[in-house]
Design a protein around this ligand. Structure first.
Ligand code: K2U
Ligand code: ZN
Length: 169
């Protein structure tokens, strides 16, 4: 297991559309293990492969509470089969847009289909933080960041702030 670099805005790689995975094999599981370790170290609760520079439709996630044991989740080639008309706001952040937080409105419930760590097909309903996080990560697979849902002014201010932060580091 190895920690990978998390790409930051305005890296153009983050705008790429990620490609479907052909087979869930040991090489892919090494990537998923590295992504999970990188997410825990950030720390974060979700991470898409493009954020570590790999344009594959792969997401890792762990929504466990501090008092609970870790609950790692793996999503390969995730699809949204249904989304509720009802929406809900959530104050989002992103490991590729550090120290920027703003409200994004998304469908409150979604039905997912994906391949798990073993390559088995799973269908699952998501709501609450799970629904927010999976939609945030699936945006990454389309090259979309949460700041792309904000006004142009807020988006430009966010990128300017991250560039200044990186320069000062
Ligand atoms: O894509 C990422 O950078 C992972 C996000 C996942 C996330 C975004 C918005 C809302 C929920 C999850 C990072 O984990 S952002 C850090 C974070 C940590 C705890 C709660 C919310 C956001
Ligand atoms: Zn993100």
């Amino acid at each position: 297991m190895a920690l990978r670099e998390i790409l930051l805005v305005p890296n153009p790689v983050l705008k790429q559309v990620s490609k479907r995975v052909e087979v869930v094999d040991d090489d892919l599981r090494v990537l998923m293990d590295d992504m999970l370790a990188t997410m825990y170290a950030a720390p974060g609760i979700g991470l898409a492969a493009i954020q570590v520079g790999v344009p594959k439709r792969v997401i890792v996630m762990d929504l466990h509470r501090p008092e609970e044991a870790k609950q790692p989740r793996f999503f390969v080639n995730p699809e949204i089969l249904w989304a509720s008309e009802e929406t809900a706001p959530y104050e989002e952040g992103c490991l590729s847009v550090p120290e920027i937080y703003d409200e994004v409105e998304r469908p409150a419930q979604v039905k997912l289909r994906y391949l798990n760590y073993q390559g088995e097909t799973v269908e699952e309903d998501a709501e609450g933080l799970f629904a927010v996080c999976i939609q945030h990560e699936m945006d990454h697979l389309e090259g979309v960041l949460f700041i792309d849902h904000l006004s142009r002014l807020k988006r430009e201010q966010a990128v300017k702030k991250v560039k200044k932060m990186v320069k000062a580091a």
